[in-house]
Ligand binder design. Structure first.
Ligand SMILES: C[S@@+](CC[C@H](N)C(=O)[O-])C[C@H]1O[C@@H](n2cnc3c(N)ncnc32)[C@H](O)[C@@H]1O
Length: 400
């Protein structure tokens, strides 16, 4: 006969664990996560076991199982486990024997958890269950196994997800999972757009920006879309390039959610400011080269919404400068830095479309880089790195 699978709600229910070794510790952790009222009976208990009632002695008979809904027999002595199982059987309590699944009234499955999804696996032999668990976990995390909820959400929400610099494999596992659960995805121009192809066709895609300087939606319109859809009970993923809170206006979207009473979460992303240099062989810090790096938005120069960039401090610093949105103003920026004392020979790298098939890297010096960029017809999006760390590229085998 086949076994009968169940998920148990154990919150507040008494569960007895006999044994205190590593297997018991794993079972106890899972029982505690389900809110069970756990009593452990064992002369020795793993230090990691906390937050449970402990009877520090050997198993003493049926009285130890009184009032229990479930028993785990996890000692390393088969006779004791058999006795616990027999006592539980006589009292009409389900018992899981850790040492012998075949002789056990119940056995624990291998479990995969991903957000709201819980998958219990029983495959005959434990090694096979573990292999299946690994395969299912990977498939869920990579989005290969779509797990989009079919029921409407009880309450809509917004997830501000950092998509990384463009390579679809550089999104976080959590970001990828939420994308697979979304009813609506509001996507940016520089977000990893390839991820959209794998989504269910019924997911609403709102394109917030297709080309530089040709935004489809203003920031206010984007905020309104996020809030309206969430208030209509939708699961909304705002998929952004890099990290939502690094020059991504994610803070403004979060404030719009707060004001509208919409629950939101932030899923940080791999920012282009650090990852794009890395992918071009440039660590933004390196022992013996620099102790600090500064990330600057050069979008509005010299002020951005009333906030001034301190070019003098940047010129005085010996640290790495990472410039975003700098392509059109490279001439002005280089002039600011050189005229304020940064050496014209300072190495500079421009990395265009980092992490994508179109990535290209131009290396030069601060004094002449702006003209190089014009000669090479550099186009946004680009990260510009200023500082000695650019020299490391050669040592790391990325060319000059
Ligand atoms: C509005 S900012 C958004 C930054 C983003 N939130 C982040 O953390 O990476 C856009 C700028 O990021 C930089 N950028 C983003 N993705 C890039 C990529 N794949 N390659 C080069 N630069 C990139 C460019 O400087 C671009 O103009």
């Amino acid at each position: 006969v086949s076994t009968y699978p169940l998920f148990l709600r154990l919150a507040g229910k008494r569960v007895v664990v006999v044994g205190g070794g590593q297997i018991a510790a794993r079972r106890i952790a899972a029982l505690r996560a389900s809110g069970a009222d756990v009593t452990v009976v064992a002369p020795y208990i793993e230090a990691s076991v906390t937050g449970v009632r402990v009877l520090r002695r050997s198993y003493d008979g049926p009285a130890d199982l009184e009032g229990a809904w479930l028993v785990h027999a996890c000692t390393d002595v088969a006779e004791v486990n058999a006795r616990v199982a027999a006592d539980a059987e006589a009292a009409g309590i389900w018992c899981v024997r850790a040492d012998d699944a075949e002789q056990s009234a119940a056995h624990t499955p291998a479990v995969v958890r991903s957000g709201d999804v819980g998958i219990a696996i029983s495959a005959g032999d434990p090694g096979r269950s573990i292999a299946l668990k690994a395969a299912i976990t990977t498939a869920l995390e990579t989005g290969e196994l779509a797990a989009r909820p079919t029921r409407a959400a009880t309450r809509g929400w917004v997830a501000l997800v950092g998509g990384g610099p463009g390579d679809p494999e550089l999104v976080t596992v959590k970001g990828r999972r939420l994308l697979g659960e979304a009813d609506v995805v509001v996507i940016d121009r520089l977000a990893p757009r390839a991820l959209i192809d794998s989504l269910d066709p019924s997911v609403e895609i709102v394109d917030a920006g297709k080309a530089a300087h040709a935004h489809n939606l203003t920031q206010d319109q984007i905020n309104a879309v996020l809030v309206e859809r969430a208030l209509a009970g939708k699961r909304v993923v705002r998929l952004k390039g890099g990290d939502p809170f690094v020059f991504g206006r994610g803070g403004e979207e979060a404030i719009a959610c707060v004001r509208a009473g919409v629950p939101f979460i932030v899923v940080p992303g791999v920012t282009s400011a650090i990852s794009v240099p890395a992918l071009a062989g440039i660590p933004v810090t390196h022992r013996g080269y620099t102790q600090d790096f500064t990330v600057v938005s050069a979008h509005l120069d010299p002020t951005h919404a009333g906030v001034t960039v301190d070019w003098q401090a940047l010129a005085d610093s010996r640290g790495t400068i990472v410039l975003l949105m700098a392509v059109e103003r490279l001439d002005k920026i280089a002039t600011e830095l050189v005229s304020r004392g940064r050496a014209p020979e300072t190495p500079v790298a421009i990395i265009q479309s980092g992490s994508t098939d179109d990535q290209r890297v131009i290396v030069g010096e601060l004094g002449t880089i702006a003209q190089r960029a014009v000669d090479e017809d550099v186009q946004p999006p680009c990260i510009v790195v200023v500082g000695d760390v650019v020299k490391l590229r050669e040592q790391l085998g990325f060319g000059t």
